[in-house]
Design a protein around this ligand. Structure first.
Ligand code: UDP
Ligand code: MG
Length: 312
């Protein structure tokens, strides 16, 4: 048992805010009654530079119920940064924090299960969508394809988990040590370590308002996720270069034999060889330079090299 904070990033969410606050305060008071969390647990609504009345709504909610707190960012910094702002803000004000989207597409009834797992010693509890029946076919296939691609690229991430998760204070403290600017939380969190577990739920439809993630933003987000974690694309280019050179050598031997046999068009051998050989060398060189850039990229992230869990 401990003090729980629920962190909600909100961007132009005036339509859903009232319902969200009502439902979340319901969950919190229920857990307080069941003596599963401290009575001073709270909700933090992070206004990510909304252009509508979101902040006014947050102020009103705070006036009605002081356990609803607000944090207004100076401008729109995007979902991931807004979430990080909220988590870092509550880091020393709670024992654990749950992050959830404002539209309540994630099932709040599993919050109790999350808190039970926290009680059993988990530091990170991931909310995982077991079904995506309410998502459109397009959203479902693109999203699932994305998780698979991430895995192929060697990014450690939890399949079908978005940003609905519980993190204890020390896990948030670990997260705060990641200094990178290209935030992709669902890729970073699994690299922190500590004991983790999952709870499963069905993803629901948005209660109101529109998705703040149109296709363009989704693609940019996916691209960001891969390029912020994996240097595999560069290694792939280098590998490609090596194969091209090998191919050039094999074809070189072959074309020399053909040349010896004498029945080839003049210039064919030299052109053919030069094309593959130079092409291979160029591709290989780009990949090699890429490897160095990859090293620089890992360095500038200044990620923590380790996080200590216990000492005796
Ligand atoms: N959001 C944000 N800043 C942004 C865009 C979105 O804080 O620039 C918040 C938004 O208010 C919501 C969450 O991020 O709480 C997820 O957005 P949304 O539900 O629109 O995404 P989807 O569920 O469609 O992927
Ligand atoms: Mg949503």
């Amino acid at each position: 048992m401990g003090k729980l904070a629920i962190v909600v990033p909100c961007y132009n969410e005036e339509e859903v805010l009232e319902t969200t606050v009502r439902e979340l305060t319901g969950v919190i008071s229920d857990l307080i009654i069941k003596k599963k969390i401290d009575s001073d647990s709270f909700i933090l609504l992070v206004d990510d530079g909304s252009k509508d009345s979101t902040w006014t709504k947050i102020e009103e909610a705070h006036k009605l119920n002081p356990s609803v707190k607000g944090l207004k960012l100076a401008g729109n910094v995007g979902h991931q940064n807004a979430l990080l702002a909220g988590l870092e803000y509550v880091e020393d004000k709670c024992d654990a924090a749950i992050s959830i989207d404002a539209d309540l597409q994630d099932d709040i009834s599993v919050i109790e299960e999350m808190s039970d797992k926290w009680d059993n010693g988990c530091d990170i509890v991931y909310g995982v969508r077991s079904a995506r029946t309410t998502d459109t076919f397009f959203k479902r296939t693109t999203a699932e394809g994305f998780y698979k691609l991430m895995k192929l690229m060697g990014v450690k991430s939890v399949y079908n988990h978005a940003d609905f998760r519980l993190m204890t204070k020390r896990a948030i403290c670990g997260l705060a040590q990641y200094k990178e600017r290209n935030l992709f939380l669902r890729g970073i969190v699994p690299t922190i370590g500590y004991t983790s577990d999952c709870v499963y739920y069905e993803r629901k439809e948005r209660t109101a308002g529109e998705s703040k993630y149109p296709l363009k933003k989704m693609l940019a987000f996916a691209f960001d996720g891969i390029t912020s974690f994996s240097t595999k694309p560069m290694t792939f280019i280098m590998g490609l270069g090596i194969w091209m050179i090998i191919f050039a050598v094999i074809m070189g031997i072959y074309s020399l034999i053909r040349h010896g046999q004498g029945n080839v068009v003049t210039g064919w051998t030299s052109l053919w060889l030069a094309m593959w050989f130079i092409g291979g060398i160029i591709t290989f060189s780009i990949g090699l330079v890429g490897e160095y850039i990859g090293k620089i990229y890992i360095e500038v992230k200044e990620r923590p090299r380790y996080i200590i869990e216990k000492e005796l």
